[in-house]
Design a protein around this ligand. Sequence first.
Ligand code: PSU
Ligand code: MN
Length: 306
Amino acid sequence: MISLTRAPAVAAAQAAGTPLVALESTIITHGMPYPQNLEVARQVEADVRAHGAEPATMAVIEGTLHIGLDDGQLEALAQARNVAKLSRADMAACIATGGTGATTVAATMIAARLAGIEVFATGGIGGVHKGAEGTFDISADLLELAQTPVTVIAAGAKAILDIPKTLEVLETQGVPVIAYGQDDMPAFWSRSAGIAAPLRMDSAKSIAKAHAMRRDMEIPGGQLVANPIPHEAEIDRATLAPIIAQATQDADTHGITGKAVTPYLLQRIFELTDGQSLTANIALVRNNARLGAEIATQLGNVTHNA
Ligand code: PSU
Ligand code: MN
């Protein structure tokens, strides 16, 4: 038996038919420094609620998979050090052995599926790292998107990743990548990666209909919605390119490998931009939470009127 607990607000929302939006916890434990991580976790939950949905932040705490966290749990995670970063490979082991860990995109998708939640908003997904032809570093997030039926709203893939290779893997795996409201693929801190996205949609309703169509056609897997960062928060690509190159080189110099790579790069870029990367990160996560709530609402309409 899976030890799974819904927060009271999540259980009430599901009973009432209120739309739900899953949120991840690795962004709190490994993606941002304290105390901004706690402020953002609370703010993003408030953003989802302000747009008519109920948030469910996922985490494994002492062997129980939590679907929705209370404020004390959010705060404990935000302050904790050495919390495990859980992906598909280690989530079951963590639950089985009574461990505590934060959920990545892949693990949050698994938690959402178990809880019956179909929409999940985050900042950025993992992808194919630069130099993957040598390291084989490809995030499990991409393979999760291929098999778990959750629509994930992110601001595209970070420029720390090899975006063309990330798109190739997603195409091979049959994952629709939908740019929201523009033709170009967004690149996290920048609105454009300089290449076209495979698909474009201009409304939450279209995205919800496409999600429902995959379900009706029994095509496994989810969708990736790439929502461009708001204009006012954007950092342009030219500014970031040397910073990313530096951070990537530093990771190499320090022999950072495996699941430590992404958190290391995020922290290094935060330092090298004097915190500007974090300000942008916060703006885009909030923007994704709002769109996630709209998609979840539309999905409820599409499903019930079918
Ligand atoms: N990208 C970000 N912020 C993040 C992450 C990725 O911009 O916090 C986190 C997410 O939890 C994502 C994980 O699922 O890193 C990917 O890690 P890896 O590359 O080791 O699969
Ligand atoms: Mn990796």
